[in-house]
Design a protein around this ligand. Structure first.
Ligand code: IVH
Length: 677
C-alpha cells in the first residue's frame, strides 16, 4: 500500500468509526457488531503504525488511550468557569425567580436541567475538531486533560453537520455511570483491593490519572450543559444545546425529562418534585437541579455577581437521612486482621434501597458520637455507597443504657486485640490462627492480579475451607478430583476447570507469586521491584535489612515486614510446599527469547512516535533487555528515548536536568550490539 492509498483508507475508517461511536454512545443505537467495530479499529491502528505521519491526534484509535502524561499543563480558560449559587430551600428559589422577574420585562422562559454530580469540563473545538479539554481548576486556570477526555466515547472528536461556530467552548460534566462504578468496585473486591467510596471522587481521580489507557477502561461518560462562543448562531441556551446534539454532542433529552422548558415557578417546583422522587432511578448521580434563564439577551441583562451568574441557580437535594433502631453492633475481621464495627439496623428504606447495615468505622467514631446498642440513630446516604450512622436521637435513649464498650478480643478467634498508637483501627494479631485472616490470604492469592486462578472465587475458597480441604495457600496444590467431586455445585466439568486453573497458575511469573503471598506492605509494584532486583526467592530470603533498603522504593516499613515474614517458620513451611509444587520462584531468563541484560537497571522515559514500533512495543523491548520504564522525567532518569513529535515540555525538562536523549536508531543499536556480541 502506498501513502496515498493509506491516507484514503485511514479517512474512510476514521469517518466510519466516528459514526459508529456516535450511534452507540450518544444515540444509544448500535449500528454494527462489536466484532466488526474492533476489526475496523485494529485495521486503522495497524495503518497508523505503518504510516505514523498519517496518525491524527483525533483518530478514533486515541479512544483506547495509551499516552502517559507526566504532568497536566495549566491552561487559562477563554471564558472563566463560573459556579452556581445554590440553595436547599424552595422559598429561596421563589425569591430568586421574583428577583429575575423584577429585572426583566416581558416573558421569561426557564430551562431546567439535572445537576450532574461529577467533574466539570470545558472543551474547545476549532473547525469542528476537539483541540483541548480542560478541568475547572480555580475557574480561571485549569488542567489540560485532553488525552484522557478523548477516551470518553460520547465526546465527539470531529463534529457532524454544519453551522457550528469556527471556534467555541462547550462545557459539561464528566461522571461515573453507576453500572461502570459497580463493575470497577466488583473487580477491586475480587483483587482484594479497597473499594472506592463514591462515583464522583472516582470520576475526578480517574480524569486526573496519568495513564489514558486506564481512563479508557473505566467507562466515564459526559453530559454537555453550556455552549460559549464570541458569536453564537442562536438566541437562547435551549436552541444551542439542541443544535449541539446535531453536531454530535451528548446533551440531555426532553423525552427523558432530563431537560425541560417552563414559564413560571410552578413549573420549576414540579420539576424539582419529580426529580426529588425519581433521582434514585437514574443510572448516574445528581445532587440537585439547575435553573437557567433561556434567552441570551436576558442573561446578559441579568449579568453576574462576583462568582456566579444571576441568570442561573441550583436547588440541591438534601442527603437523605432516616431514623432507625440500632439493634446490635457486630465486628468484622479483614484479611489483614483489621477490625471494623458494623451497625446492624432495624431495616429501613433510604434513598432507593433497604438499609440493614451501616459502617461505624472504628472505636473513636463510636465514642465520639456516643453510639449505644438499642439507640435510635440517624443513618445517611450521601454520595457514598455504604450508608453511615451520623448521630443519635438522645430523646429516644433508654435512660438505663450504658456507654458502649468496645470489644477487647477478636470475635472470630478470641485473641486479644492490639491497637498501635496513632492508628484508628484495632487489629487481631493472630495472623496464622484466625479464620477470616487465613481465608482472606487464600482469596488474595487466587485473585486476578495475583495467581489469577480461573474457575475459583471467594465462594469456592469458603466452600473448600468449610469442607476442611484447604488451610493455607499451599494446600490448593494438593487438591484432587476425588476430594472435590462430592462437594455441592462441583460437577465433573467444574472440578476439571478448577484443577486446570490451579495447574496453570504454576507458570505465573515470580513477581506475581511474590505479590500473591500477601506479605504486608508488598503490593504489586513492590513485588515487581523485588523480583527484578533479587531475581530469586533464595536471594531475597538471604538479603539483610541494608540490602533490602538499597532497592528502589523499599523503605523501613517494607524491609521490616519482609524480614518478619521470612523469619517465621510457618511461612517458610508454606514457601517450601509452594516450591515443591513447582511455582515460579526465579525470574524467567530474558536471554532465552532474544532479550538481554544490556540495559540492566537503567530507567527510561519513552516519548513521541516511533517508526518501527508502537510505544508499547518499545517499552516491552526496554524491559526485555533489563531496563525499566518510568512515567516522568527526573534527575534520576537514565535516558529519554525520543521518537518523533516528542512533547516540548519533556524535551525542555530532559535538557534542563541533563538527562541524555537517545533516538530510536541509537536505542536499537545498543540492544542489537548486545544480541550480536
Ligand atoms: S451550568 C454559568 N448546568 O455545577 C453556569 N452546571 O457550581 C455554569 N453542574 O461545577 C454551570 N450540572 O460543573 C450547569 N446542568 C448543569 C450542571 C452544572 C452540574 C455543575 C458544574 C459546576 C457546578 C456549578
Amino acid at each position: 500500500m502506498n501513502i496515498d492509498q493509506a491516507k484514503s483508507r485511514i479517512d474512510v475508517l476514521t469517518a466510519e468509526l466516528n459514526a459508529h461511536n456516535h450511534a452507540y454512545y450518544v444515540l444509544n443505537k448500535p449500528s454494527i457488531s462489536d466484532y466488526e467495530f474492533d476489526a475496523m479499529l485494529r485495521e486503522l491502528q495497524d495503518l497508523e503504525i505503518a504510516f505514523p505521519e498519517m496518525a491524527a491526534a483525533n483518530s478514533p484509535t486515541k479512544r483506547v488511550g495509551g499516552d502517559i502524561t507526566d504532568k497536566f499543563e495549566k491552561v487559562k480558560h477563554r471564558f472563566p468557569m463560573l459556579s452556581l449559587s445554590n440553595t436547599y430551600s424552595q422559598e429561596e428559589i421563589i425569591d430568586w425567580e421574583n428577583r429575575v422577574k423584577k429585572s426583566i420585562q416581558g416573558e421569561i422562559e426557564y430551562v431546567l436541567e439535572l445537576k450532574y454530580d461529577g467533574v466539570a469540563i470545558s472543551m474547545t473545538y476549532e473547525d469542528g475538531i476537539l483541540v483541548r479539554a480542560v478541568t475547572r481548576g480555580d475557574g480561571d486556570v485549569g488542567e489540560d486533560v485532553t488525552t484522557n477526555v478523548r477516551t470518553i466515547r460520547s465526546v465527539p472528536l470531529k463534529l457532524h453537520g454544519t453551522g457550528y461556530p469556527q471556534s467555541f467552548d462547550i462545557r459539561g460534566e464528566i461522571y461515573f455511570p453507576h453500572a461502570e462504578f459497580e463493575r470497577l468496585n466488583a473487580q477491586r473486591a475480587d483483587d482484594g483491593e479497597e473499594l472506592y467510596a463514591n462515583p464522583r471522587n472516582t470520576a475526578s481521580g480517574t480524569l486526573k490519572n496519568q495513564d489514558s489507557k486506564l481512563v479508557a477502561s473505566r467507562g466515564l461518560n459526559c453530559y454537555l450543559y453550556f455552549v460559549y462562543a464570541e458569536q453564537l448562531p442562536f438566541s437562547n441556551h435551549f436552541d444551542s444545546l439542541t443544535h449541539a446534539a446535531e453536531w454530535g454532542f451528548r446533551v440531555p433529552k426532553a423525552s427523558d425529562r432530563y431537560i425541560e422548558r417552563v414559564n413560571d415557578v410552578d413549573g420549576i417546583m414540579s420539576f424539582i418534585a419529580y426529580w426529588d422522587k425519581h433521582r434514585h432511578d437514574l443510572p448516574f448521580d445528581i445532587d440537585g437541579i439547575v435553573i437557567k434563564v433561556n434567552r441570551y439577551d436576558q442573561q446578559r441583562q441579568l449579568g453576574m455577581t462576583a462568582k456566579s451568574p444571576r441568570w442561573a441557580t441550583s436547588f440541591k437535594f438534601k442527603a437523605e437521612k432516616v431514623l432507625t433502631r440500632l439493634n446490635e453492633i457486630t465486628y468484622q475481621v479483614g484479611r489483614t486482621g483489621a477490625i471494623t464495627p458494623v451497625a446492624n439496623l432495624e431495616p429501613v428504606f433510604l434513598a432507593g434501597t433497604t438499609v440493614r447495615r451501616a459502617s461505624l468505622h472504628n472505636a473513636d467514631q463510636i465514642e465520639k458520637l456516643d453510639i449505644r446498642e438499642g439507640d435510635y440513630v440517624y443513618v445517611e446516604k450521601g454520595g457514598e455507597i455504604i450508608p453511615k450512622v451520623v448521630g443519635v436521637e438522645l430523646s429516644k435513649r433508654d435512660p438505663n443504657s450504658f456507654p458502649q464498650l468496645y470489644i477487647t478480643h477478636c470475635p472470630e478467634c478470641a485473641t486479644e486485640l492490639v491497637r498501635t498508637d496513632g492508628e484508628a483501627q484495632h487489629y487481631c494479631p493472630n495472623e496464622y490462627g484466625c479464620g477470616p485472616q487465613l481465608k482472606g490470604k487464600i482469596e488474595h492469592f487466587i485473585a486476578r492480579k495475583a495467581m489469577n486462578i480461573d474457575g475459583m472465587g471467594p465462594e469456592t475458597v469458603e466452600q473448600l475451607w468449610d469442607a476442611g480441604l484447604i488451610d493455607n495457600v499451599s494446600s490448593l496444590y494438593s487438591l484432587t478430583t476425588e476430594q472435590l467431586l462430592p462437594l455441592e455445585r462441583m460437577a465433573e466439568r467444574s472440578v476439571e476447570k478448577l484443577l486446570e486453573g490451579i495447574e496453570a497458575s504454576k507458570s505465573q511469573p515470580f513477581e506475581r507469586v511474590l505479590f500473591a503471598l500477601g506479605i504486608r506492605h508488598v503490593g504489586e509494584t513492590v513485588a515487581k521491584k523485588l523480583a527484578r532486583h533479587f531475581k530469586s526467592l533464595e536471594a531475597l530470603m538471604l538479603a539483610g535489612k541494608e540490602e533490602l533498603l538499597h532497592v528502589e522504593e523499599i523503605g523501613d516499613k517494607i524491609a521490616e515486614s519482609l524480614l518478619i515474614y521470612f523469619a517465621d517458620d510457618r511461612n517458610r513451611a508454606v514457601l517450601d510446599a509452594l516450591v515443591a509444587a513447582g511455582l515460579q520462584f526465579t525470574m524467567a531468563d530474558n536471554t532465552a527469547d532474544g532479550g538481554s541484560q544490556v540495559l540492566d537497571g537503567k530507567s527510561f522515559v519513552v516519548s513521541g512516535v516511533f517508526n518501527a514500533f508502537s510505544r508499547d512495543e518499545i517499552k516491552d523491548l526496554i524491559e526485555k533487555h533489563g531496563g525499566r520504564n518510568v512515567g516522568s522525567i527526573s534527575a534520576k532518569t537514565d535516558f529519554v528515548l525520543a521518537g518523533e513529535n516528542m512533547g516540548p515540555s519533556k524535551l525542555k525538562k530532559a535538557e534542563s536536568l541533563g538527562v541524555p536523549i537517545i533516538s530510536e536508531d541509537e536505542f536499537l543499536s545498543i540492544i542489537n550490539q548486545d544480541r550480536e556480541g
